[in-house]
Design a binder for this molecule. Structure first.
Ligand code: NAG
Ligand code: NAG
Ligand code: NAG
Ligand code: NAG
Length: 293
């Protein structure tokens, strides 16, 4: 998770043995923590000479705005009696790597409220220092759900999805030209619910639309295409790709079911004919007989 650089830097710093000042370091760039996932808040300090839990070491992670304790470690162990309830059961240090200057904090099951500034404080016999870092919160947008409403004069094509933060939404026409559309974002439980739709005005024309959603914080890009093909002179034969796919899937499944039934009955029929030689019914008839048995 890109923390190694920090440790290496502090290692080099110590080795170069310039003015031996005690320094705690955190990333200068904000860390993007993903909803439901875990995040590692990197923090490093000058490494110890040998492995083991460093005696007299104190590590504390706190929220900057209200000094809430996120996690702390002293007297050679985790000290969680004063930990904020918001972080209960969700934090941990890499205790076996503490001696190497690794005071990074792991937060699991990331939530929207975890966004903010964090302060890493380390002190031991050599000195004390602190550094502040920023955590941003993001959530991947879910698979967009397509729905199509066919009206008398127009057709409305809609996508719904949720994620965080607000995504950039585009609807493009067949020549990649941007189309005017309507979108709304409603915030609830750490995500924005997005509803966006485009209204196809002209009836009797085939429409080819591209929906694009991007969540810049996570480099997430979703592109979904919708095609309408419309038979000449009719207004009710519109289909989109999903419908066509769903229909073909249904056909394949029905076919398989029929084949399985026929095969089953064929075997049943053969057993039947073995015990009763001479009966020469067709499979189709056998299907009915089987049901009556
Ligand atoms: C600390 O150790 C953990 C687990 O090995 C690692 O993911 C993290 O990058 C380390 N942090 C630093 C600052 O080296
Ligand atoms: C933390 O974990 C303990 C033991 O697994 C459990 O009893 C407790 O309810 C948990 N607390 C929270 C806030 O999840
Ligand atoms: C679409 O057609 C309906 C009537 O079928 C009309 O009420 C609605 O305003 C139309 N929407 C647009 C955006 O033209
Ligand atoms: C729409 O597409 C269908 C099938 O792809 C085609 O038969 C029909 O001629 C097209 N109609 C128009 C107006 O382009």
């Amino acid at each position: 998770m890109g923390c190694r650089g920090a440790v290496l830097r502090s290692l080099l710093f110590v080795l170069s043995s310039v003015v031996a000042s005690y320094k705690v370091q955190v990333p200068s760039e904000p860390l993007v923590a993903v909803r439901g996932s875990y995040a590692v808040l990197c923090c490093s300090y000058p490494p110890m000479a040998q492995p083991g839990i460093p005696p007299g070491l104190l590590v504390t992670w706190q929220r900057v705005e209200d000094s809430r304790v996120v996690h702390s470690f002293y007297y050679g162990q985790n000290q969680l009696s004063r930990q904020s309830a918001d972080f209960k059961n969700r934090t941990g240090l890499y205790v076996s790597e503490l001696w190497s200057g690794n005071a990074s904090l792991r937060i699991t099951d990331v939530r929207a409220q975890d966004a903010g500034r964090y302060l890493c404080t380390v002190s031991d016999a050599r000195g004390t220092d602190r550094a502040e870092m920023k955590v941003e919160y993001a959530a991947y947008y879910s698979e967009p759900q397509l729905s199509i409403e066919v009206g008398l004069h127009n057709t409305s094509v809609r996508f719904e999805s949720d994620g965080f933060p607000k995504a950039e939404v585009q609807w493009l026409g067949p020549q990649e030209q941007e189309l005017e559309h309507q979108s709304e974002f409603i915030y609830r439980n750490g995500v924005f619910y997005l509803r966006t739709f485009y209204v196809v005005q002209d009836q009797g024309v085939n429409a080819s639309l591209t929906f694009r959603l991007s969540n810049h914080l996570l480099d997430q890009l979703l592109v979904r295409r919708v095609h309408f093909s419309q038979g000449q002179g009719t207004t009710n034969t519109r289909k989109d790709n999903s419908t066509v796919t769903a229909l073909s899937c249904t056909c394949v499944i029905l076919g398989l079911v029929c084949a399985a039934l026929l095969f089953h009955n064929y075997r049943n029929h053969r057993k039947h004919t073995k015990s009763q030689p001479g009966s020469g019914h067709k499979d189709v008839y056998n299907l009915e007989q089987y049901g009556a048995e």
